[in-house]
Ligand binder design. Sequence first.
Ligand code: UT7
Length: 330
Amino acid sequence: MKRPYAYIAGTGHAVPKRIVTNDDIAAMGLETDDQWIIERTGIRQRHIAGPGESVKSLSADAARQAMAKAGVQPGEIDVIILGTATPDRLLPATAVELQSELGCTRASAFDIAAACSGWLYGAIVGESLIHSGTAETVLVIGAEKLSTVVDWTDRNTCILFADGAGATILRRTRGGQKGILSSFMRSDGALAELLWRPGGGAEEPFTAELETQRRQYVRMSGREVFKHAVRAMADATDRALDAAKLTAADVDLLIPHQANIRIIEATAKHAGISMDRVFVNVDRFGNTSAASIPIALNDAIEQGRVKEGMTVLFAAFGAGFTWGSLVVRF
Ligand code: UT7
């Protein structure tokens, strides 16, 4: 059997209730303002989790919508794959807690740590499990509570990152042209320190000293990451299109990782896709890392921007570095 092996049968997204505007961040005493943030990032507001809102609860909300739209019962899910850089606990995987919360009694479940590429990596793994015959139906989620790992005194990062979850149901295709047409994924750890949380893991466990040095929080060399993001996302769009034997003219919509409007614009320009064929919601949600693409996909579907028969190109880039792309026919 040739591709497509799997198609996206349903989507959903959930974000915390609380909206934090750029003015709210400026009011925290950071030297920043609404105009700077909008001009440099395109972000106007983001959702930040409060008590009772966890990676599991946001994921469960998004997953229930996706299952309902796909007409899939919890017992039909074979595998749950959760891309996250902010699991609720380091042990066990949040996906396993989600499996029990959703009542997916037949499912195996695991997390994927690929930062902002987490959902895209998960979709490729899910498709492969379907192709191998291991699974018929896979729940792939990207979910984050980045507000808990961001240094709220660092204006370089706290303006960008936000919380939320996006879910998709992948199902085995039964013939036809609908589904994942091509994929591409890459990693390069040589520059890991440009975007990382240096402490708090097994190598440098939590201590009072680590906390004083704020080494448990995200650190980012913004300008450097920016350059690599543009280069990697541009390359990724080429690779997936080549593999699908398509060109930019065949793409109805580009859904890129929502990191920064300037990165999105540069990616679209490289790919030769005009901005009216690019989905942007970074203005309302900020950078939700692994959740950003599945949130954008569900948002795009709800806005009528993705319709039956359309070809959608996805491109992701994140810490690691990790990056990748997908071409999907809906
Ligand atoms: O999710 C995937 C990985 N993450 C990303 O893709 C993020 C990639 N990076 C970025 O989006 C951008 O680099 C940032 C938005 C983080 C920063 O934008 P930039 O245009 O690269 O600014 P910059 O870091 O070059 O800083 C320019 C100036 C600096 O001042 P000086 O040195 O020119 O006096 C910064 O100190 O802007 C200053 N600055 C700020 N000013 C007001 C940095 N952050 C802020 C801020 N408000 N929040």
